[in-house]
Ligand binder design. Structure first.
Ligand code: NCD
Length: 324
């Protein structure tokens, strides 16, 4: 039995990474590597999802994730339909579940959903009979982002088992961090979470203790320890009410990947790489020097996103070994 079959027989949806086995995650990453050449427009499309329909239902803004799912579906010959919050009937008072049920009445094979409510994807999955993929639910999970982050780092550094990854920034408001911490620990990486105390999520300590996550509020000390990868997170001001730091300038001084810190990282580990899920706030959490450095994988992450989402769609909708 192929790894793909194993994944899709056990999982109809991709709602989050919590509870998924390393073998499941590796199956998706392995198939992403096999599909990666077909993510390029110059290469002939694969026809494995011909006749299938994928609906992208996005209630929050997105550049990368929505486009990436659309391209991924199209590279596999599926039809992709995009619905954004502004054009959906929820603005007329329809509930999320009614919207989903109505869409499912038109027979899609998958709904990809992004919503500000943590648990939105899971709630829809309970009410519909097609595959549901979570493209980010509130501050909960963003599973495909963590899959593509792990894929990108592994492509550059090799196996994540034993690698040291520092995740830095606005952890409180970040679904990317939550999925990444689960992903990286499941694959055997050492994870250090770095944030000012005000942006360290409440309740993190029991999770950190149970899952072996290290916590720090000293970015310079963590960089000096020579991590293999540094994942910078966006300061998510749209999710903030009140003051989490005195001024943007002070945030950068304490927690920005500045030019000086880029140099310190290179001194500590000359092979270290930098990631950011985007969109970046240049000059706030990441300097232009760091964003555009040769060790920055930011655009590799975006390219990998198509291959990884092809793999996820493939696993859930075709559910068999990859054949070109
Ligand atoms: C992230 C998100 O939406 O959670 N972006 C993304 O999907 N690439 C991170 C962010 O918005 O900061």
């Amino acid at each position: 039995m192929t790894a793909a079959r194993r994944f899709s027989q056990r999982h109809r949806h991709l709602l989050g990474l919590a509870g998924l086995a390393a073998a499941d995650l590796e199956a998706v990453l392995d198939h992403a590597a096999a599909l990666h050449p077909f993510a390029e427009p110059a290469v002939r499309k694969l026809d494995r999802l011909r006749g299938r329909t994928v609906i992208n239902l996005f209630f929050e803004n997105s550049t990368r994730t929505r486009t990436s799912f659309e391209i991924a579906a199209k590279r596999l010959s599926a039809d992709a339909i995009n619905i954004s919050a502004a054009s959906s009937s929820t603005t007329k008072g329809e509930t999320l579940i009614d919207t989903a049920r109505n869409l499912v009445a038109m027979g899609p094979d998958a709904i990809v959903i992004r919503h500000a409510y943590a648990g939105a994807a899971e709630q829809i999955a309970r009410h519909v009979d097609c595959a549901v993929i979570n493209a980010g639910d509130g501050q909960h999970e963003h599973p495909t982002q963590a899959l593509l982050d792990a894929y990108t780092i592994e492509q550059r550094l090799g196996d994540l088992d034993g690698a040291h990854v520092a995740i830095v920034g606005d952890l409180t408001h970040s679904r990317v961090f939550r999925s990444n911490a689960i992903m990286l620990r499941t694959l055997g990486a050492r994870v250090t979470l770095v944030a000012p105390p005000t942006l360290m999520p409440s309740g993190i300590r029991p999770w950190a203790a149970a899952d072996g996550l290290t916590l720090s509020d000293d970015l310079d000390a963590v960089l000096a320890s020579g991590p293999d990868a540094v994942m910078m997170l966006r300061v998510q001001r749209e999710r903030m009410s009140g003051g989490f730091f005195p001024t943007p300038r002070e945030y950068t001084v304490g927690f920005g990947l500045t030019r000086d810190r880029l140099r310190a990282l290179a001194d500590a580990n000359s092979d270290a790489v930098i990631c950011h899920p985007g969109p970046m706030n240049r000059g706030l959490e990441i300097s232009a020097d760091a964003a555009d450095a040769a060790r920055s994988l930011v655009l590799d992450q975006v390219s990998a996103g198509v291959a990884v989402r092809m793999s996820v769609l493939y696993h859930l909708l075709a559910g068999e070994g990859v054949a070109a």
